[in-house]
Design a protein around this ligand. Structure first.
Ligand code: UDP
Length: 381
């Protein structure tokens, strides 16, 4: 079949590769002038630093097949994400761990003592945390919440943490030992040559033609046997019912000679510091050595029509609008909505790849059995 993938990010590349390997003729288009979507990396000509153009992307997964898959296309270097945070004039270790607790409360607790202490601060009247704030109060208590999460989250999401889902905070563990690895996944690393090199290699197959700087108009979908759309779900419909809400990011780039902050990611927990975090990109590639440094000061704000959408907001209003677009999408044939934007979800890279593999295989199975491919290969949305 002649299949079009709209978007050369992880979704389009991985699903496209599965289809091409099975003998389908795959065309991939992307409006941007590079592949890899928001995990695009490039080498800064001035300093030689590998820059994460759309903000930091750290690969971590528990999914052995996904880990093997990415390693097939790029060498991964060991990398542990160790995030620091600045709050009220002091620097702490994240995620909240024994070092954070001892430093914050001026204690010398051992693990069991720290656990008992945090439990004494936690609000145990909250049986089922219904939102971000309740999740924090239930598990770490008010003081740590106020120092590290409340201000950061207000800046990052532009709303009261009481209206955000608890699932956002569940991304972060709390540890009663000195393990400061931000993620708790078995496999973690960074692609040696960057994500763009990795995605370019996934797309490098005789059955795949890639066209960059090429916009696709959904009106032309009929020219293809099937279209996989990794653009915004509402964008397919010309946003005619209104726009699904996103947060966008502004990066204030600056350079430095030497080591500016001594770590890759420094978060800023205080509400009166306007940025959420500063990233120093050379520290994402600790196996390299550069004299110069490239940094991004990161600001979050509501996404306008001309901005790049990053984080789907998914609050009550968005969910109602989402349900309407999903219903319309399900009524279509010949198009499948994929990835972070196509399904309007906060997706990590490993989940995106897992779904892209499954989507590709679902398409092959549908073809083999003569069934139509559904609008969404993942459920529920
Ligand atoms: N968060 C926070 N303080 C921090 C780091 C994270 O309050 O110092 C909250 C914030 O709401 C954020 C969420 O935890 O959106 C998830 O954080 P993560 O670091 O996973 O976000 P990402 O790197 O995907 O932006």
């Amino acid at each position: 079949m002649r299949v079009l993938m709209v978007g050369a990010g992880l979704s389009g590349a991985v699903t496209g590769r599965i289809l091409a390997e099975a003998g389908h003729a795959v065309t991939v288009v992307d409006a941007r002038d590079h592949v890899a979507g928001n995990c695009h990396t490039y080498r800064d000509p001035e300093t030689g630093v590998l820059v994460h153009a759309y903000g930091p992307h750290i690969f971590h997964t528990d999914d052995a097949e996904v880990w093997d898959y990415v390693n097939r296309f790029e060498t991964f270097q060991p990398y542990r994400n160790r995030v620091k945070t600045t709050s009220r004039g002091a620097v702490y270790s994240l995620p909240v761990n024994l070092h954070t607790i001892n430093q914050f409360f001026g204690k010398t607790f051992r693990p069991d003592e720290a656990r008992a202490f945090i439990e004494s601060l936690a609000d145990t009247t909250i049986a089922e945390p219904a939102n971000f704030e309740e999740q924090a109060l239930r598990f770490i208590g008010r003081d740590l919440y106020a120092a590290f999460f409340e201000g950061y989250t207000r800046k990052q999401w532009g709303c009261d943490p009481k209206v955000l889902p608890a699932s956002i905070l569940k991304r972060l563990p709390v540890r009663f030992n000195y393990d400061d690895n931000y993620f708790f996944h078995r496999f973690q690393g960074m692609p040696e040559g960057g994500y763009t090199a990795m995605v370019a290699r996934i797309l490098d197959h005789p059955g795949i033609a890639v066209h960059l700087s090429t916009r696709f108009d959904p009106k032309d979908a009929g020219q293809w046997d099937h279209v996989f759309w990794s653009g915004p779900l509402d964008g397919w419909f010309g946003y005619d019912e209104g726009r699904l809400g996103y947060r966008t990011l502004d990066f204030e780039r600056f350079t430095y000679r030497g080591d500016w902050q001594g770590c890759a990611v420094m978060n800023y927990g205080d509400a009166d510091v306007p940025w959420t975090r500063i990233t120093e990109h050379k520290h994402f590639a600790p196996w390299e050595s550069h004299e110069g440094s490239v940094l991004y000061r990161e600001y979050s704000r509501a996404c306008g029509p001309d901005d790049i959408p990053y984080y789907p907001i998914r609050l009550v209003a968005e969910k109602a609008l989402l349900a309407r677009y999903v219903e319309r999408a399900r009524a279509l044939s010949g198009v499948t909505f994929v990835g972070r934007l196509g399904t309007y979800r906060y997706l990590d890279m490993d989940v995106t790849i897992r779904e892209a593999l499954d989507t590709g295989r679902a398409f092959l199975a549908a073809c083999a059995e003569g069934r139509p491919m559904p609008a969404f290969a993942v459920a529920p949305l």
